[in-house]
Design a protein around this ligand. Structure first.
Ligand SMILES: Nc1nc2c(ncn2[C@@H]2O[C@H](COP(=O)(O)OP(=O)(O)OP(=O)(O)O)[C@@H](O)[C@H]2O)c(=O)[nH]1
Length: 214
């Protein structure tokens, strides 16, 4: 179950190793610009208005630079969707994908908070960033990362935040549609008893009408 069923303000969390391009990704999405050097501040929340499938929404994107347990726990529970980035030039950041994936799953499934029920299956994507550097020598191959993403059951996107804003938009739009679909699924499963009640009620009315006619 998910505690938020309204798509008007979806929340996206960016995770990934140091220097993979999380801030560059968020700034690119919000401003369409790539400025090269970014503040390595602890966490920044970016808010951006956009039209998705004719809906006017505000998207919150959280960029955190900490692997502290409590920080990860709070933000994973805050999010409606997660993007895990790695840099194709940094094997350490690729190896960390398993860790972030496990952390997200763990904190969505284990909590003492009875007031909120969190969605276990939060939409999660993997982004291979810095594809503009793919010809420079030691990089993570597409085949290797495909294999890992299949095992983690995550959709992967290969982009270069530096090269163009298109990949970033494609990733965010894809995640937003998945968040929306999940929220609609939960909302309709909560509405389910009502059509059943209606059907039973209609049947009763019909039966009592036909009783009077006979
Ligand atoms: N070549 C190339 N460099 C990139 C790309 N995306 C980001 N960078 C560079 O990578 C460096 C780190 O980017 P950041 O956005 O600060 O990375 P981060 O993940 O937020 O880093 P931390 O907050 O320190 O964890 C910067 O120098 C960026 O200019 C890309 O697609 N290609």
């Amino acid at each position: 179950m998910c505690q938020r069923l309204k798509f008007t303000r979806p929340k996206i969390l960016l995770l990934g190793g140091e220097g993979v391009g999380k801030t560059a990704f968020a700034v690119r999405y919000v401003t369409k610009r790539f400025i090269g050097e970014y503040d390595a501040s602890k966490e920044t929340l970016y808010s951006h208005r956009s039209i998705i499938d004719k809906e006017d929404i505000t998207i919150d994107i959280m960029d955190i630079s900490s692997d502290e347990e409590v920080v990860l726990e709070n933000h994973v529970r805050w999010a409606d969707g997660v993007i895990i980035l790695y840099s194709i030039t940094d094997r350490g950041s690729f190896t960390k994908l398993d860790f972030y994936h496990a952390v997200v799953q763990y904190y969505r499934r284990h909590h003492d908070d009875n007031e909120h029920a969190y969605s276990d299956n939060i939409p999660m994507l993997i982004v291979a960033n810095k594809m503009d550097l793919c010809y420079t020598g030691k990089t993570i191959s597409t085949e290797e990362s495909d294999q890992l993403c299949r095992r983690l059951n995550c959709r992967k996107f290969e982009i270069s935040v530096a090269d163009s804003p298109d990949g970033v938009s494609e990733v965010v739009d894809y995640l937003l549609r998945n968040i929306k679909r999940d929220m609609q699924k939960v909302a309709s499963s909560r509405r389910l008893p009502f059509p059943n009640v209606k059907r039973v009620f209609k049947r009763k009315v019909y039966r009592s009408k036909s009783d009077t006619l006979q």
